[in-house]
Write a protein that binds this ligand. Structure first.
Ligand code: NAD
Ligand code: LMR
Length: 329
């Protein structure tokens, strides 16, 4: 048996947390031979509900779950101590009629303390995935407040957008979702994101050749993916939870296993200036990894339509960065 890894989840008693922690405990992500100690973190007033989650985890008797530590948001340094992964879910979700960026003033400050605590006590190899919205800019704030944690350890989640896009293309083309590849999300996890159908493939053929209705690709497809979060809030009366938790687990799998040669994955990472994106901005790109080091896929060309979409999401992320400039170090 390997030595245990420690995985912290903030907001662990919330709707995404509840859909997430059991699957981590089950061995689905890190494997059946990798013991896991879960650090479950909540606001003080939610610690009672968190005890219920802990009891249910006990009652699953997962062989891979070898410890549970409950932590309060009042003491994040204790909560994140020695953690190899920190999943930042805890924050307020948007309600109908709001844009994710509207949450910036409410949720942004949480990520100052989060970054400081990660730097102070997390394991030296820590990797951080931010799910709480607006996730790109929250991740930027945390990263700035943990300057000693290398910048390639920070991820904000756009896998949910990628999965939404994969499903839409599969339905429209009639191909199974497993045959849709290289579907990248560029930019922000917001209504300006660009789901890049130009470089995507179905059964190895370019999507614009497989799907002849380019009006659909340029219009309804992009809009459906961009506005899917709002459509779910409208329909369910609450923001996506099971699919969001699934995407968070999918992101962990994306970053710990080598990317298949015929595919890419998307997450927002700290830009190195590729594709003219400001260095240091948390921007979603097409990525590949060998399981240890990820890199941005280079050399994709964008026509005027695609470049305009990328410019629009870049502009929004610059504005978000300006809004939180007081929280950046
Ligand atoms: P929720 O309200 O059901 O749960 C959030 C939990 O976080 C609550 O239990 C709350 O007590 C806890 N919490 C709040 N502030 C905290 C803090 N400072 N420290 C620790 N815990 C804290 O919300 P949810 O539906 O689970 O959504 C959580 C976040 O994820 C929201 O911001 C939502 O917008 C975001 N989200 C992101 C994506 C994505 O694709 N990136 C997808 C879905 C939801
Ligand atoms: C989503 O995409 O479902 C989440 O970001 C929740 C939201 O506010 O849209």
């Amino acid at each position: 048996m390997k030595s245990p890894i420690r995985v912290a989840v903030t907001g662990a008693a919330g709707q995404i947390g509840y859909a997430l922690v059991f699957r981590i405990a089950s061995g689905e992500v890190f494997g059946p031979d990798q013991p896991v100690i879960l650090h479950l973190v909540e606001l003080p007033q939610a610690l009672g509900a968190l005890t219920g989650v802990e009891m249910e985890l006990d009652d699953c008797a997962f062989p891979t779950l070898v410890g549970i530590k409950k932590g309060s948001s009042d003491d994040l340094q204790d909560a994140f101590a020695d953690c190899n992964y920190v999943l930042c879910v805890g924050s307020v979700p948007r309600k109908a009629g709001m844009e994710r960026g509207d949450l910036i003033k409410v949720n942004g400050p949480i990520f100052v303390e989060t970054g400081e605590a990660i730097q102070a006590t997390a394991a030296k190899d820590v990797k951080v995935l931010v799910v709480g919205n607006p996730c790109n800019t929250n991740c930027l704030i945390a990263m700035h407040n943990a300057p000693d944690v290398p910048r390639d350890r920070w991820f904000a989640m756009t896998r949910l957008d990628q999965n939404r896009a994969l499903s839409q293309i599969a339905k429209q083309s009639g191909a199974p979702v497993s045959e849709v590849k290289k579907l990248a999300i560029w930019g922000n996890h917001s209504a300006t994101q660009f789901p890049d159908f130009f470089h995507a493939e179905v059964n190895g053929d370019p999507v614009p050749e497989v799907i002849e209705n380019h009006d659909w690709l340029k219009g309804e497809f992009i809009e459906t993916v961009q506005k899917r979060g709002a459509a779910i809030i409208q329909a369910r009366g609450a923001s996506s939870a099971a699919s969001a938790a699934n995407a968070a687990l999918h992101t962990l799998k994306d970053i710990i296993a080598p990317t298949p040669e015929d595919d890419i994955f998307s997450a927002a990472i700290c830009s190195d200036g590729s594709y003219g994106i400001d260095e240091g901005l948390l921007f979603s790109f097409p990525l590949t990894t060998d399981g240890t080091t990820h890199s941005i896929v280079q050399g994709w060309e964008h026509d005027e339509f695609a470049q305009q979409k990328i410019d629009a999401t870049l502009k929004e992320l610059r504005e978000e960065r300006d809004t939180v400039k007081d929280l950046l170090k």
